[in-house]
Write a protein that binds this ligand. Structure first.
Ligand code: AHR
Length: 508
């Protein structure tokens, strides 16, 4: 018999339930593309300036990149980063952001009512990606921008040399082409807040033209068409169908965005992953039907290239009376324990859809609704949401196995197996606010014989957060866990998230 761990008393649980979970080895969900652990950097507030780039910071590299942020990005396990927006891209002229810094123009950024200095542009972003060891994902401007400007950026970035634009890049210090494979055809063009927003038919036509032209340059590019900005858009669904009908033979991904909000109803907020499950299932169904209707369709998958918890209704940042400042503090959300549990459960939902989602990007990376915070001349630290992301990112490239919890259970489980079958990662969310759980899983058939590590997040205060003064208020801790005769048992306090790594190499 396996020992029965007890959930930590600190969590104040009135009762404990036992939750037997079945792991189905026969029908894996799919392989978790490493790009599921992407993120997003926009010219917005202090995401770029003061986040990625701060030449005045004592920690900065010779290029002006914050080294402490680079270290945290590596620890987070981010694989791909989308840039430069977001709403910003729809008013951005990429050419303003290349060449000698002193000649780059200051511009108004209407999306975020800010002043853009253009000190940081495409070449700096690519250099930052190389320093961070992440893949770049560039968005072209299909809002106010035209197709010619998009093609010029592609030529500037990817053509080796011998043309005016490629030689300009070489002259700017980048001798080798940037070789960017992933390109977003605009951003949120279904939204009336977007510069140059369009009807579904209007966007579908522009996206088809852009994809066709970009493929004339390089047919191996991976292209992402714009899907709905969120599931509450009145055009959600119809937009996807129209765009897919026109582009399913031309693009590789359909994007979608979703943010979750804690309006004080914690019990509802912790069930956010159910909404994400339904959102992804709906879009996956539309993609499947579009493929069936178009025999020459490409193998289109979902690019969930903005997702996160974002309590945007709680901030004044978006008020219309805000006036143009340079690199203002915007959307500097302080994430709580409850937010971290939700982010962990959303990562599980993404993994559960590994068969249909090929890219996912936590929006955003630093300072602006990010898992990393950095202060000028001060420290960089991990927000609560950093921890579930870093733990889940260990499943990059793993096979996601199907699991089944008892009907009505508050415990959500995800199990992944490394390609060499030596490691199993188990992720668990306890959504109950009052009841502790002891989850049990039979992992004997996977050959698991030893618990390698346990990283759990819980706290007596669901609103506990990490701050500059107390950056380690919420960090992963152990919970009682046991593995005997192939049965894994994990004690989960109320409102908690846990990642357990099991060793499947041959036991002693
Ligand atoms: O991530 C913040 C904003 O959210 C992005 O600019 C936009 O694409 C979305 O609405």
């Amino acid at each position: 018999m396996a020992p029965t761990p007890t959930a930590p008393a600190a969590a104040g649980a009135a009762e404990t339930v036992r939750v037997p979970i079945t792991v189905d080895l026969g029908t894996p969900v799919g392989v978790a593309d490493p790009r599921l652990f992407g993120s997003f950097v926009e010219h917005l507030g202090r995401s770029v300036y003061g986040g990625l780039y701060d030449p005045a910071d004592p920690s900065s590299t010779p290029e002006g990149f914050r080294a402490d942020v680079l270290d945290l990005v590596a620890e987070l396990g981010v694989t791909v980063v989308r840039y430069p927006g977001g709403n910003f891209v729809s008013g951005y002229d990429w050419h303003d952001g290349v060449g000698p810094r002193e000649q780059r123009p200051r511009r108004l950024d209407l999306a975020w009512k800010s002043i853009e200095t253009n000190e940081f542009g495409t070449d700096e972003f690519i250099a930052w990606c190389r320093a961070a060891g992440v893949e770049p994902m560039l968005a072209v401007n299909l809002g106010l921008g035209d197709l010619r400007s998009a093609l010029h950026l592609l030529e500037y970035a990817n053509h080796p040399s011998g043309t005016a634009l490629s030689d300009e890049r070489v002259g700017n210090g980048a001798a080798d082409p940037h070789d960017v494979r992933l390109w977003c055809l605009g951003n949120e063009l279904d939204g009336p807040w977007q510069l140059g927003f369009r009807t579904a038919e209007g966007y579908a036509e522009v996206a088809a033209q852009a994809a066709t032209a970009m493929r004339m340059f390089d047919d191996t590019l991976e292209l992402v068409a714009v899907g709905s900005s969120n599931a509450d858009m009145p055009t959600f669904g119809a937009w996807e169908d129209t765009v897919l009908d026109r582009t399913v033979e031309l693009v590789d991904y359909l994007s979608c965005h979703i943010y979750f909000y804690n309006d004080g109803d914690l019990a509802a907020f912790v069930r956010s992953a159910e909404t994400l499950d339904a959102f992804l299932d709906d879009i996956a169904g539309r993609i499947r039907r579009a493929k069936e209707a178009h025999p020459a369709a490409r193998d289109v998958r979902i690019s969930l290239d903005e997702w996160n918890v974002w309590n945007y209704r709680a901030y004044d940042d978006l008020k219309p009376e805000r006036r143009f400042e340079q690199h203002p503090r915007l959307l500097e959300e302080e994430y709580t324990l409850a937010d971290a549990v939700v982010v962990g459960s959303l990562l599980q939902s993404i993994l559960r859809h590994a068969d249909v989602v090929g890219i996912a990007a936590l929006a955003q990376l630093v300072n602006v609704i990010g898992p990393i915070r950095a202060e000028p001349g001060g420290p960089a630290w991990r927000q609560t949401t950093f921890h579930p992301f870093a733990a889940a990112a260990r499943s990059a490239g793993h096979t996601v196995l199907a699991t089944r919890s008892p009907e009505g259970s508050d415990v959500g489980t995800t199990v992944t197996l490394s390609p060499d079958a030596t490691t199993v990662e188990v992720m668990l969310t306890n959504r109950s606010l009052s009841t502790a759980a002891v989850a049990s899983l039979d992992v004997a058939a996977l050959g698991a014989w030893r618990i390698d590590r346990v990283d759990a997040l819980w706290d007596d205060d669901p609103l506990a957060a990490n701050t500059e003064a107390d950056p380690e208020r919420v960090v992963p801790r152990a919970v009682p866990a046991g593995l005997r005769d192939g049965l894994l048992t994990v004690a989960l306090p109320p409102l908690s998230w846990a990642a357990v790594r099991l060793d499947c190499t041959k036991g002693p």
